[in-house]
Design a protein around this ligand. Structure first.
Ligand SMILES: [Zn+2]
Length: 270
């Protein structure tokens, strides 16, 4: 456990029920004990940029201050990337451009920031995209390239497919559920290899999606998202509903990195 390498997959916009119904590979891993699963209640407001910051800082939007998608600035808190860098870990991300804006440079430069390889940045190796319909399959390939080239200690993988299909067709649509199935097939393509490379993997979402193709508020379909943990010895699962703010300290705990005081919730251990 001394040098646990970590992959966090944020499937943007994927609600708990769609994941449970459609993600046969992930659910199968849970059934045979190779993964654990929890139900997570997101922080509020249940929008993307506020909750990217919540997932990376363990703080609610009201605490960290990224309250809307339109607040374009670097994070002002300790976050998973900066904490990993302070512990001499290698970091990488294949993610939406807002992740670059939160942790590397703000505002995002469509050309200069698209491919980032700079040891001095919080995200040392980044591949970023700006279009919401950027295909998940392309994004996973971007991520796999970074993993093969740089063997990062902390890797964020952040596809937008479920959020995109949810906004266009609604969060109870066939298209949205089918997109969840496609994400599961991509995970099935890559996860066995990541396990062989001694990675632990968390798979979760920033928020879900309502039937009208919207999110931001308190509806169960919006606020409940899955959390899966794939590892040689996964954390024992429970039926407790997990606070989204506990995901960041859990990742640090699994990486044997000290948790900063600002992350107030304890890591998930059971
Ligand atoms: Zn969205």
């Amino acid at each position: 456990m001394a040098n646990t390498k970590m992959i966090l997959v944020i499937l943007d916009g994927l609600g708990y029920d769609a994941a449970t119904q459609e993600m046969g590979y992930m659910e199968g891993m849970v059934q045979v004990g190779k993964a654990s699963k929890w139900k997570v209640k997101t922080a509020l407001p249940s929008n993307s940029r506020p909750l990217y910051e919540t997932l990376h800082t363990g703080m609610t939007p009201i605490e960290h201050g990224v309250l809307t998608n339109d607040i374009v600035r670097l994070s002002t808190c300790d976050h998973l990337f900066s904490i990993c860098r302070a512990n001499e870990k290698t970091t990488a991300a294949a993610a939406y451009s807002w992740i670059s804006e939160l942790y590397n440079k703000s505002p995002y430069d469509s050309v200069e920031d698209r491919e980032t390889d700079d040891e001095s940045l919080n995200i040392q190796h980044g591949r970023f995209y700006e279009k919401d319909d950027y295909p998940d399959s392309e994004l996973f390939a971007d991520a796999e390239l970074l993993i093969r080239r740089h063997h990062p200690d902390y890797m964020l993988i952040h596809p937008m497919g479920c959020d995109y299909k949810g906004h266009v067709f609604g969060g109870t649509s066939d298209q949205y559920f089918h997109q969840a199935s496609k994400a599961d097939q991509l995970l099935a393509t890559y996860i066995p290899n990541w396990i062989r490379k001694d990675y632990e993997i968390f798979v979760t979402a920033d928020h879900g999606m309502d039937e009208k193709g919207s999110h931001g508020g308190t509806a169960d379909i919006v606020q409940y998202v899955p959390l899966y943990h794939v590892a040689r010895n996964p954390i024992p699962q429970s039926s407790n509903i997990i606070n989204q703010c506990s995901i960041a300290p859990t990742i640090l705990n699994r990486m044997n990195i000290d948790i900063p005081i600002a992350m107030q919730l304890p890591p998930i251990k059971t």
